[in-house]
Write a protein that binds this ligand. Structure first.
Ligand SMILES: [Zn+2]
Length: 338
């Protein structure tokens, strides 16, 4: 089956998060015919991950079988394939499967394919897959990166600040305590905060996205709040420490989301980039050092015009095969040095 045909077949099996079974069974069947030992792992009831291996994999290519709603039908023209999952991530899966078939033909063994459920909604598939025993050294994860090798993605820390004062008539401000003044002082200090920078990911940034507080112009404000989002290039815990030290107890802090920055492996000969979206990679740390590469653009993913360029898809088949082969070389080289 040609990679375009395989992409079409995958798109034609709808697989919104929670309904991945039919596409998983199609892949399991296809890959066992191609010569792989295939395991269907129930991540949750009727939601199987697909793990296909040839020998004992030390390099594994992975992506996700689920898509976001709504379903968008397959269509194509000369240059482009359209439909739900075209780039996120059924085109990626098709390219990986064709790369794997090429590797078998070239006599390569000891590699695998892992396709998990639920990346778009809670990552149940990746969590379950991380419990599968394996001796993989590298995980090539596929998401649309415009065919560049992604070296990292920033983490995030979302926090709310609440300052409390004491209301009073504004003609007698000494009788009250302004929560707005307190909050402004804290926010001023936060804007001057020296946040960590990273050579790959660049600076951490802070956006003060929302502030509210006060009662009326003639009342000393009893309450004021702000919501903040840090985009971070280290771990969330160290940014929390800096943040809390700057606030110095002048406002109450609450956190609603935290995730660390993620760093991927590089490979010679690739254009590289930093990506802003999240993937299953942090949850698949039991599968070796991660790389992230895929045809198509994240800007097309999740849209009604989701698409993938046919020439990029063809190129991705070769790239995934080359990446797998060169990582296996790297493993062999490092073994012979020890
Ligand atoms: Zn995706």
């Amino acid at each position: 089956m040609h990679v375009f045909e395989l992409t079409r077949r995958l798109i034609e099996i709808p697989s919104l998060s929670g309904g991945e079974k039919a596409v998983a069974e199609f892949l399991a069947d296809y890959l066992s015919r191609a010569g792989f030992a295939v395991e269907l792992q129930e991540a949750e009831a009727n939601r199987p991950n697909v793990y296909a291996r040839l020998g004992e994999p030390d390099v594994v290519m992975s992506s996700h079988t689920d898509t976001v709603p709504p379903y968008v039908e397959f269509r194509e023209d000369e240059q482009t394939i359209y439909g739900r999952g075209a780039c996120d991530a059924k085109g990626v899966i098709a390219a990986m499967v064709k790369a794997a078939e090429g590797l078998i033909e070239a006599g390569v063994s000891d590699f695998g394919l892992l396709f998990v459920v639920g990346e778009e909604a809670g990552s149940a598939g990746a969590r379950a897959a991380n419990r599968v025993a394996n001796r993989s050294r590298y995980l090539i994860n596929g998401e649309p990166t415009e065919s560049k090798l992604a070296l990292g993605s920033k983490g995030a820390l979302r926090a709310a600040l609440k300052a409390t004062g004491r209301a009073a008539h504004s003609a007698y401000p000494h009788l009250g305590e302004s929560a707005i003044d307190k909050l402004l002082d804290v926010l001023g200090d936060l804007r001057r905060l020296d946040l960590p920078t990273d050579a790959t990911l660049g600076p951490s940034t802070l956006n003060i996205g929302l502030i509210r507080g006060g009662v009326a112009t003639n009342v000393v404000a009893p309450e004021a709040e702000a919501e903040l989002l840090f985009r971070i290039v280290t771990d969330a815990a160290s940014v929390k420490r800096l943040f809390e030290a700057a606030v110095r107890g002048r406002a109450e802090i609450s956190y609603s989301f935290a995730c660390d920055a993620v760093f991927m492996e590089s490979l010679d000969g690739f254009e590289t980039e930093v990506v802003a979206f999240t993937t299953d990679i942090p949850l698949l740390d039991g599968w070796g050092k991660p790389l992230l590469f895929g045809p198509g653009s994240i800007l097309d993913a999740h849209t009604a015009h989701e698409r993938i360029s046919k020439s990029e898809l063809l190129r991705a088949v070769d790239v995934y095969a080359q990446m797998t082969a060169s990582l296996k070389e790297r493993i062999k080289d490092s073994a012979s040095q020890h």
